[in-house]
Design a protein. Structure first.
Length: 109
C-alpha cells in the first residue's frame, strides 16, 4: 500500500474553520474535499491563479441554483459551487506541494 492509499480517509483542519477529508478518486488522482464555506467569488478569484477558470452559470437557468466553477491547472483540478459549502480538489500523481498552494488560496494566505 503506497502513501496515497494510506491517506484515504484522513481528516484534518486547514484553517479558518475549513475542514478537509482525503478521498480516493478515479484515474489515480487524490481527491480532497474542503468544507466550511461559503466559498465566494473572492475565493474562486484567488483559485484562478492555478490555471484556466470555467464557470457554468446555472443561476441564469434558475435563480435558486448556484454557479459551478472549475479551475484547471497543471496536475490539479478544483471544482465547486460559487458561495457553496464544498470545494473538491483533484491532484494528479507527482504534483507535491499543490495541496499546500490550494489550501493557502482557500484561506487567503
Amino acid at each position: 500500500m503506497n502513501r496515497r492509499e494510506r491517506l484515504v480517509g484522513f481528516k484534518y483542519r486547514v484553517e479558518n474553520a475549513i475542514d478537509a477529508e482525503v478521498r480516493k478518486a478515479c484515474r489515480d488522482e487524490l481527491k480532497i474535499l474542503y468544507t466550511g464555506g461559503p466559498f465566494g467569488a473572492e475565493v474562486w478569484e484567488r483559485l484562478g491563479a492555478l490555471g484556466t477558470v470555467d464557470v457554468f452559470e446555472a443561476s441564469r437557468l434558475n435563480v435558486k441554483m448556484k454557479d459551478i466553477v472549475r479551475v484547471r491547472g497543471e496536475g490539479i483540478r478544483v471544482e465547486g459551487a460559487r458561495d457553496g459549502e464544498l470545494v473538491v480538489a483533484f491532484f494528479s500523481q507527482g504534483f507535491r506541494g499543490a495541496r499546500h498552494r490550494v489550501e493557502a488560496l482557500l484561506v487567503g494566505r
